[in-house]
Design a protein around this ligand. Structure first.
Ligand SMILES: NC(=O)c1ccc[n+]([C@@H]2O[C@H](COP(=O)([O-])OP(=O)(O)OC[C@H]3O[C@@H](n4cnc5c(N)ncnc54)[C@H](O)[C@@H]3O)[C@@H](O)[C@H]2O)c1
Length: 266
């Protein structure tokens, strides 16, 4: 039997809330491909989500950690390495939240305390996760760190609100941390820019269904599904992507290259 894609690899997966979460799909597929990992989410998500059920299914532990808190992150990396028996090979940051979007504040009317929160949770937390791993030397050479982004980082999607600014920063953090982590440990850092996907975070965007249908028609392959996204994550954790780093990689059925679609015109 051929070797599974992630056989022997260890990791941490952030952001599995329920069965629809992209991180949930990544966890299930990573297990099938032979990886071992811990799961984590914000303490509040342990009360409202199903992460404990996923942990049982994946024969692992779920560790509460607010990704904006350095103490939580340090404890998470320590416990994860103790549980998995060594340093890590991959980390998935699948985290996004905007109080302004949640509370339907238009981009021109954001509350700045909430904007700070959006940026901290959805972008700076990626820096904090990597900073923690970097300072603890917690990731093996040639390891892979990934975050999930959206094309509103490059183009205007008015309903996406201040998350657009957070995603632009997230992608910049991937490039900049990717330089330093690449030089020191050959650790790869990338973002995947995913199609609209019907999850808790996705469906919270104003006009999500119209958005989804528009992108579906605009993309020659249709929207990329969460299952396909999980497979792409696995490829980027694997040794098949050893030289890919500091990239924002579109996983969108071709949406990002389109100008006009006859399907939409019709
Ligand atoms: N759904 C889409 O349309 C879409 C498209 C492109 C990119 N993305 C990105 O994919 C990622 C995953 O989102 P999803 O669509 O699976 O939705 P989701 O709601 O299932 O996942 C978002 C996760 O972020 C977690 N989170 C929020 N605040 C946190 C904190 N302080 N500390 C730790 N975790 C915290 C939530 O608990 C949740 O598990 C996000 O970065 C999102 O922006 C989603």
């Amino acid at each position: 039997m051929s070797k599974r894609l992630l056989e022997g690899k260890k990791g941490i997966i952030f952001g599995a809330l329920d069965e629809r979460s992209i991180a949930w799909k990544v966890a299930v597929r990573a297990m099938e491909e032979g990886a071992t990992f811990t799961l984590t989410n914000a303490p509040v998500a342990f009360r409202f989500g199903n992460i404990k059920q996923l942990a049982e299914q994946c024969n692992t532990i779920a560790i509460p950690a607010d990704a904006t808190k350095m103490d939580d992150l340090q404890a998470l990396f320590e416990q994860s390495m103790a549980h998995l028996g060594g340093k890590l090979d991959f980390v998935l940051h699948s985290i996004g939240m905007s109080p302004n979007v949640r509370k339907k504040k238009a981009y021109t009317e954001v509350k700045y305390e909430w904007l700070d929160k959006t940026i901290d949770v959805s972008a700076v937390s990626f820096h904090k996760v990597m900073r923690t791993a970097y300072d603890m030397d917690a990731i093996n050479d040639r390891g892979s760190v990934l975050a999930l982004s959206y094309i509103a980082a490059q183009r205007v999607f008015p309903g996406y609100g201040d998350m657009a600014d957070a995603k632009a920063m997230l992608e910049s953090i991937a490039r900049n941390f990717g330089y330093f982590y690449g030089k020191r440990n050959q650790v790869r850092v990338n973002t995947i820019s995913q199609s609209p996907t019907a999850t808790t975070a996705g469906s919270g965007i104003d006009g999500f269904q119209d958005f989804f249908d528009y992108a579906e028609k605009m993309s020659p392959l249709g929207n990329a599904s969460a299952d396909d996204c999980a497979n792409y994550c696995l490829f980027l954790f694997s040794d098949w992507s050893r030289a890919i780093t500091m990239q924002n990689l579109y996983h969108d059925g071709g949406f990002s290259c389109m100008g006009m679609s006859p399907d939409l015109m019709a």
